[in-house]
Design a protein around this ligand. Structure first.
Ligand code: NIG
Ligand code: FE
Length: 402
């Protein structure tokens, strides 16, 4: 199938000019990939089967949400109410609430219930032009439920309209039955659960939560060594509530991304820069936890650490189901420019997931495209609660058919 998108403006996100913007543009799509992009008047080939007039609209790469916990049962509105009355996330976690309460609900849910609930959430993300989404396990914390969560993620990825990257997050929290047996839990993940996940091909990467209320740097390192032995790339929830030096450790092991990063120090920034590790900012969690310590955006910029932005959708700290809202929060709360926010949900989010075939509109890349009813690309992170996405192409195929 060959298709020519015409009468559009294209934010290619190539570096060199703001948004890599091309006015009066055309995009040629062949076999699911970008064949050509440029000023329409420069396009010579007229052998295309279909011309699509986009009415002057803006085309961007399909958006990429590179950090979500989309598979879970239940919700945590009660905990949220408690936090609004002054209880901290850490206190709630230490009292057996928080992540562990979602673990109980998720363990009790069957495959089809989880699939249905996750599908409904995924649809909301997709409506905003998302064409690739990362989904973590980590609310099972036992063999059976971790596998079930990842199977749900895989099943959702079988749909042609979106690519789902599945990440194993067994080291997310210590389940109650292991409260006095930390080492046994880490061993269970390394010796039983990770091998089973890998044997079934259920994970594309391994993540962990390195934090006072979760796992130590050394515990995470041992899980990561086992992941690397199986050829799985790494990412880490690091320095969210305190500085545990997790980012430096993960970057030293070549992690694709370190996420959250409010308490990241200069050594951590340098280690990430040296390794090419992406900084994934998740302003939704910062907003819901009413944090005050901002991630070191200036230091990340100066060190040229690529910055991505994501929803971190989860029922506890970030029940945000909008990548555009996350981009807006990245600007308002962390001082990103609208261009950095868009790059953070396209080119740099692709990098955080280890992809070099998407996130930018240029020949050879996948034709994952979103079409927007806006004048300027800055409008994508400007409004809240407004969805100007009008059309999505996934690998060249229009999501609404054709
Ligand atoms: O990314 N920080 C750890 N994990 C999630 C929160 C999970 C939860 O509270 O359920 C996060 O914020
Ligand atoms: Fe998270």
């Amino acid at each position: 199938m060959q298709r020519l998108l015409t009468n559009c403006r294209v934010a290619t996100m190539r570096s060199g000019s703001p948004y890599g913007l091309i006015e009066n543009a055309a995009v040629a799509i062949r076999d699911g990939h970008i064949a050509w992009v440029g000023i329409a008047a420069d396009y010579a080939d007229d052998s295309f089967e279909e011309r699509v007039d986009l009415g002057g609209r803006l085309v961007t790469p399909g958006l990429i949400d590179c950090h979500t916990h989309l598979v879970y049962a239940g919700n945590r509105a009660e905990e949220w109410s408690l936090r609004l009355q002054g209880a901290s996330y850490e206190e709630i976690a230490r009292r057996g609430g928080g992540i562990v309460s979602t673990v109980s609900a998720t363990r009790a849910a069957g495959h089809s219930q989880l699939l249905e609930a996750t599908r409904a959430r995924l649809d909301v993300l997709l409506a905003e032009g998302v064409t690739t989404v990362e989904v973590k396990s980590g609310y099972g914390l036992d063999l059976e439920t971790e596998l079930r969560m990842l199977r749900v993620a895989r099943e959702l990825g079988e749909a042609t309209e979106v690519d789902v990257v599945a990440t194993f997050l067994g080291a997310h929290a210590l389940p109650p039955e292991y409260r006095e047996r930390r080492a046994d839990y880490v061993r269970l993940m390394i010796e039983e659960v990770l091998p089973a996940v890998a044997a079934e091909g259920l994970a594309d990467a391994v993540d962990a939560y390195c934090e006072g209320i979760a796992f130590t740097t050394e515990e995470v390192r041992s899980v990561f060594e086992s992941a690397q032995a199986r050829g799985l790339p790494l990412r880490l929830h690091a320095e969210q509530l305190s500085n545990c030096q997790g980012a430096a450790m993960a970057a030293g092991m070549g992690a694709l991304s370190c996420d959250h990063l409010e308490y990241l120090d200069d050594a951590g920034v340098e280690a990430m820069a040296a390794a090419g590790t992406v900084a994934v900012l998740v302003p939704g969690a910062w907003y819901y936890l009413r944090e005050t310590q901002e991630p070191p955006v200036d230091a990340l910029r100066s060190a040229k650490v690529p910055i991505a932005v994501s929803t971190d959708h989860n029922p506890g700290t970030s029940p945000v189901l909008s990548i555009l809202a996350a981009m807006n929060m990245g600007c308002v709360l962390f001082g990103l420019s609208p261009e950095e926010a868009l790059r953070g949900a396209t080119a740099n989010a692709a990098r955080a997931l280890g992809f070099d075939d998407r996130g930018v509109i240029e020949p050879g890349k996948l034709a994952d495209l979103a079409v927007w009813d806006v004048q300027s690309p800055a409008e994508l992170s400007y409004a809240l609660g407004h969805n100007p996405c009008r059309r999505v192409f996934k690998a060249g195929v229009s999501r609404n058919g054709g």
